[in-house]
Write a protein that binds this ligand. Structure first.
Ligand code: DQA
Length: 141
């Protein structure tokens, strides 16, 4: 059982970036939390600020990973390419957002990835990643 955790643009700046919205914990703290949640399985964490690199990473997950946890960040609201890549590989996917995108600006309410993801967790802070990992472990193990 192997999970791929993907983080999109600006999530490497957690802690520094709008802490009132995204919290004071930094990206390395998030990685530690993920490591903890994945202690009984194999996993890889990937972060990129580039849409095409995220598409490449999803494509390379085919037949290598059993589940994907993805926070596409701003690409959530714009990227048909990331949606199509997820559909192409057909890997069970949970979408995570630290903030509650459904109660913020209008443009954040629509998520392309939600058209494929089997679950969206939004507004639970960093613990949303742990919840997503638990969900996929329960489903896939
Ligand atoms: C985000 C929400 C997005 O709207 C935003 O562009 C992000 C982070 C979140 O985790 O709450 O970069 O995906």
């Amino acid at each position: 059982m192997k999970l791929l955790i993907i983080n999109g643009p600006n999530l490497n700046l957690l802690g520094l970036r709008e802490p009132a919205i995204y919290g004071k914990e930094d990206y390395s703290t998030l990685c530690e939390m993920i490591k903890d949640a994945c202690k009984d399985i194999e996993y890889e964490i990937y972060q990129s600020n580039h849409e095409g690199d995220i598409v490449d990473k999803i494509q390379s997950a085919y037949k290598c990973f059993d589940g994907i946890v993805i926070n596409p960040a701003a690409y959530t609201h714009t990227s048909v390419a990331i949606l199509d890549a997820l559909k192409a590989v057909g890997i069970p996917t949970v979408e995570v957002h630290i903030s509650d995108i459904n109660t913020r600006e209008e443009f954040r309410k629509f998520s392309y990835v939600s058209l494929y993801a089997e679950k969206q967790i939004a507004g639970h802070g960093l613990k949303g990643y742990t919840e997503a990992i638990e969900y996929l472990k329960n489903k896939l193990m």
